[in-house]
Design a protein around this ligand. Structure first.
Ligand code: TRP
Ligand code: SF4
Length: 330
């Protein structure tokens, strides 16, 4: 049986959080059963925003890989690798750079959004404008047919398809497939301050947060602003704490709704319960993560194996693509 291939990646720019768990990793784990999966540490993409103090990148990588593995991504089923260890990504990116019209990049909504969201960093660079070109190379260098991503990444996937089409049309070939998104159906979790969950805002619960930290963070979450006194009934449907309960506390969700609407428990109690449930959810992950981080050699071994497999496929694709362009020497 020929499995379809998947590629996805994350940028190592800090600790992973609950948004990564429910939005991506749970899905990544399931996809391993059905697809030939490539999961990539996107360190070149991280450099585009972190180039001025890049140490966060190398410091985040072991923890990120440990988080992946503790969430059930396994090197027995998936290729886990580091983008910068596979030079063919950059070669294909350069090739695509030559044929992608500037307007496609300037119009990209994620580009404009990031420029306004990321404050205090100069990301008006040539490299950052080309972010989706490298992402297209990441995907196409494995000829991946499916890409699990969040909705925010759809414009990049559309550009990837356009780049594949353009390459195929210019060089009269059907070399690159047009990859399709696999959208995660999970509800999007907001940050603890009700804004978009983002490293830029520091409003997340990290998978590596200690229990005390989790309780402190949940206790500060915003509740229904109209529920002032404990005897005031609340509106779970507009409360972010309730959204979290509906993701992590499925069994207790009716109870929480009753507490809230019937004013039988206060928000403080409701948030404490949420904190305890998140702690329990993350406990097995944290144990596995700590174990892995105590054995860095094991993580190294996994990455080296992954890099090797990734390289053998990617270098071949890049060479074939260059051959289609009729590069000298090939
Ligand atoms: N841009 C993605 C993100 O920020 C990370 C990424 C880089 C990626 N290359 C990729 C995702 C290729 C999917 C496929 O989340
Ligand atoms: Fe939100 Fe819970 Fe308070 Fe209701 S009781 S408003 S769900 S925190």
């Amino acid at each position: 049986m020929n499995k379809k291939r998947i590629l996805s990646g994350m940028r190592p720019t800090g600790p992973l959080h609950l948004g990564h768990l429910v939005g991506a990793l749970t899905n990544w784990k399931k996809l391993q059963e059905e697809y030939d999966c490539f999961y990539m540490v996107a360190d070149w993409h991280a450099l585009m925003s972190e180039y001025a103090s890049p140490s966060v990148i190398r410091e985040s990588i072991p923890g990120m890989v440990a988080d992946w593995i503790s969430c059930g991504i396994t090197p027995q089923k998936s290729v886990i690798f580091v983008q910068s260890q596979v030079p063919a990504h950059i070669e294909l990116c350069m090739l695509f750079s030559c044929l992608i019209p500037l307007g496609w990049l300037e119009r990209c909504p994620t580009y404009k959004e990031q420029l306004s969201e990321i404050k205090g960093k100069n990301i008006k660079t040539y490299g950052f404008l080309g972010y989706p070109v490298l992402q297209a190379a990441d995907i196409l260098v494995y000829k991946a047919q499916r890409v699990p991503v969040g909705e925010d990444q759809l414009p990049h996937l559309e550009l990837t398809r356009e780049i594949a089409r353009r390459f195929n049309s210019i060089y009269k070939t059907r070399f690159f497939p047009e990859p399709e998104a696999i959208l995660t159906k999970m509800p999007r979790l907001l940050g603890t301050d009700n804004r978009k969950m983002s490293k830029n805002y520091g409003n997340f619960i990290a998978l590596s947060d200690r229990p005390e930290v989790i309780l402190a963070k949940t206790s500060r979450m915003i509740t229904d602003p109209r529920r002032i006194k404990r005897s005031d009934p609340g509106r779970p449907e507009i409360c972010n704490v309730f959204s979290y309960h509906s993701v992590f506390n499925k069994e207790g969700i009716d109870e929480v709704r009753n507490w809230c609407k019937g004013a039988t428990a206060g928000c403080t109690e409701c948030k404490k319960r949420l904190g305890e449930i998140i702690i329990e959810t993350l406990r097995p992950l944290r144990q596995e993560r700590d174990k892995l981080l105590n054995d860095r050699a094991e993580i190294e071994k996994i990455l080296q194996q992954g890099n090797k497999k990734a390289n053998s496929i990617a270098s071949q694709t890049s060479r074939d693509a260059k051959r289609l362009v009729k590069f000298y020497g090939l």
